[in-house]
Design a protein around this ligand. Structure first.
Ligand SMILES: Cc1ncc(COP(=O)(O)O)c(C=O)c1O
Length: 351
């Protein structure tokens, strides 16, 4: 057995997949206890009275084309949140295994681990180094219990992308010991290539992508796990059948039509321009101490009094993210880049 699957919980390695109703779209479905009529006003293409494809192969194939991989390396999930949940449940034994994370970072890695009863080892990203990766600190914190090392690049909430050469060095160092899970939820905003091009050379690397951000489909809940086919096959035993709703499948296909993809690229450029304008304007506002450079669609901003800035934004009808309790950030807020008028309203509220 390959080390990338031998690391998984023995129960998952031995698990027999659920035998779902067979998927033969050309035939009349009298095998899944569905209602033969559509619900009133059901405008979906396939009919919501029918179950969607249990493990949607056409969707995986479409996403594989989008990301330039084989379909066997692609697992569509209910958001990348579900991918994190699946990895944790498949790889971490309650009370024995651990995940390694680098706070301040996205909260779901540690939440999923705690729900599973896994230990969370933290290696703090430091302000002084611009929240960059410190390889020696990561390797020093690694124990034999660690199954998953999560890195978010660009990182939420600090906005910086990690150095590719350092990520690959880490992948080499982790080979045979733990999976390196690189969450690229915001990579489209960075203009940098995905690490998924390296999956062939690094079977222990798992890349998480999502349609929630650049593709404007947060409400459709579609994330994508990209990994060696053996990891995908293992997780396919854990993901429930019919995880992706028919509405989501149809929304993804519509969104990924060629003319829409051109719009996505144009929006990425527009968003970067607006991000830079907002960053420059924020830096001129009284009480703003620092605006961190961002490769994502949000800004990490430090204030003299973040509570006051939060209250002013709220009074102007705007929600921004309070990070005062995030480790190592102090008086900081995370601000998503909106459309120009929204950003101007925020700027006015802070003037
Ligand atoms: C870094 C990161 N990963 C994953 C997610 C979750 O994405 P999804 O909507 O695909 O579940 C988010 C959402 O904000 C995020 O910031």
């Amino acid at each position: 057995m390959n080390w990338i699957t031998a690391l998984a919980r023995p129960e998952i390695q031995a698990l027999q997949p659920y035998q779902h109703a067979s998927w033969e779209p050309g035939l009349v479905r009298l095998h899944a206890n569905e209602l033969p009529w559509r619900a009133p006003l059901d405008a979906s293409a396939a009919g919501l009275n029918r179950y969607p494809e249990p493990h949607p192969r056409a969707l995986a194939a479409r996403l594989a084309t989008l990301y330039g991989l084989e379909a066997a390396s692609v697992l569509p999930c209910r958001g990348s949140d579900e991918a994190i949940d699946l990895l944790t449940r498949a790889y971490c034994r309650d009370g024995r295994d651990a995940v390694l994370i680098t706070p301040p970072t996205f909260g779901m890695y540690s939440l999923a681990a705690r729900i599973q009863g896994a230990t969370v080892i933290e290696v703090q990203l430091r302000r002084e180094t611009g929240f960059s990766l410190e390889l020696s600190a990561l390797l020093a914190a690694l124990t034999p219990a660690v199954r998953l090392v999560y890195l978010c690049s660009p990182n939420n909430p600090t906005g910086n992308a990690f150095d590719r050469a350092t990520l690959l060095e880490l992948a080499r160092a982790l080979s045979g010991r733990a999976l390196l899970v690189v969450d690229e939820a915001y990579v489209e905003f960075s203009g940098e290539p995905s690490l998924s091009a390296e999956l062939g050379a690094h079977p222990g690397v798992v890349v998480l992508r999502t349609l929630s951000k650049a593709y404007a489909l947060a409400g459709a809940r579609c994330g994508v796990l990209l990994a060696h086919p053996d990891i995908v096959a293992l997780l396919q035993r854990v993901i429930p059948p019919y995880a992706i709703t028919q509405l989501s499948i149809e929304a993804v296909f519509r969104t990924l039509q060629a003319d829409n993809l051109a719009l996505v690229r144009e929006r990425m450029r527009a968003l970067s321009r607006e991000r830079e304008r907002l960053a420059a304007e924020l830096a001129r506002r009284p009480g703003v101490l620092r605006v961190w450079p961002s490769a994502a669609n949000f800004l990490l901003v430090e204030f003299a009094d973040a509570g006051l800035a939060l209250a002013r934004a709220h009074a102007a009808g705007l929600l921004v993210r309070d990070l005062r309790r995030a480790p190592g950030l102090g008086e900081a807020l995370r601000i998503s880049v909106g459309i120009r008028e929204e950003n101007d309203r925020l700027l006015a509220s802070l003037s």
